[in-house]
Design a binder for this molecule. Structure first.
Ligand SMILES: [Zn+2]
Ligand SMILES: [Zn+2]
Length: 172
């Protein structure tokens, strides 16, 4: 499977009559027909944008997302940020640097999988939990991993699973 890099869509924020809008231009994004093809790019576009009141996505048509749509996307953005923030946990033993569960590799991978397919977060976390469970010889890392999985698990549950299962189309 090729792992094409995920990049944000062409975007800018504008402010008008007290509303902050994220304007996303997908006219030149490579994708098929569905808005969900641009979900990863859209989430990256939202990455450092807070207090957005509406999101306007324009490709061959223009769609505006307000209220619940913005809320869902913002929650997904926060989840991706929470995953990424765990990548920086330091490790100092040689064995830990080459462990498949080392944060610098585990969490960027998990983030990429999440933004490409948000609904996969549950099975991904389950599989990480299983690997953690079987991990031997490093109680320190095991403990940290268990705590991190619990934090992410709680967040994932609070993202409505039915919305994740439907992907982005439900808000469209
Ligand atoms: Zn796009
Ligand atoms: Zn370790």
């Amino acid at each position: 499977m090729s792992e094409k890099e995920v990049v944000s869509c062409d975007h800018k924020t504008i402010e008008s009559s007290g509303m902050r809008k994220l304007v996303v231009n997908c006219k030149r994004c490579e994708r098929e027909h569905s808005i969900s093809d641009c979900l990863p790019g859209l989430l990256l576009s939202l990455e450092d944008k807070y207090d957005i009141d509406s999101i306007i996505v324009s490709d061959f048509m223009e769609k505006q997302y307000i209220g619940p749509g913005v809320d869902i996307l913002s929650q997904m953005r926060d989840m991706a940020g929470a995953i990424e923030s765990l990548s920086s946990r330091r490790q100092n033993r040689d064995e830990c640097m080459s462990c498949e569960l080392r944060p610098a590799q585990l969490y960027p991978n998990l983030k990429r999988k999440f933004i490409e397919d948000p609904g996969s977060i549950y099975s991904e976390l389950r599989s990480i939990a299983e690997k953690t469970d079987h991990k031997q010889g490093c109680p320190g890392c095991k403990k940290s991993l268990m705590e991190e999985i619990e934090i992410l698990g709680k967040k994932a549950i609070s993202l409505k699973s039915d919305i994740l299962a439907e992907g982005f189309d439900i808000v469209g």
